[in-house]
Write a protein that binds this ligand. Sequence first.
Ligand code: XMP
Ligand code: MG
Length: 193
Amino acid sequence: MSQDIIFAQSADLESILISEEELTAICDRIAREINEHYRPLVEAGEPLLVVGVLKGSVVFLADILRRINVPLQIEFLRASSYGRSSTSSGVVAIKHAPAPELIAASHVLVVEDILDTGNTLYKVFSVLREQGAKSVKLCTLLDKPSRRQADISADFVGREIPDAFVVGYGLDYADYYRNLPYIGILKPEIYSK
Ligand code: XMP
Ligand code: MG
């Protein structure tokens, strides 16, 4: 049954961009970088709060969390932008966020699926800074630097990708394809229908 579903969805892909093996290697490396960066802080008694951006980050987040070996808390936030569904419009609303007191008491590591125009994360970072987070860093699985509009960059990056619309491993089109175990480029005729 599940193989049939994956087969049906993979027919909508132009090609596979990042294989399961490469995703595993990316998670190993990113978690190592995060451990190295935060271990001294946490050992000095500073609290680490990992904030996943719903929904796209959940698969990546689950994979890196199990490789991070410093004590931490986990929260989620939801941001949405209005406009065409394969690009973001720049008008970003934060729909659900951790308690401001928790943010103010923590070093915050935001985990996102993809940094595209940067408008979503720019808004998220302004809110976290306004609320007084002790520090704010960004970990993104994918980075499309060619499309950046907002002044934001990631501290931990899985991989830079070209300007193509990608799905799988948490990333969606119309909320589908998140369960593909790899990342693929969606055929343009699917999202321009
Ligand atoms: P911005 O442009 O604000 O966008 O950096 C970030 C959000 O836009 C979505 N996005 C994508 N989703 N494949 C997707 O499945 C893509 O290629 C893609 N590019 C942008 C995504 O939700 C991300 O959080
Ligand atoms: Mg997203």
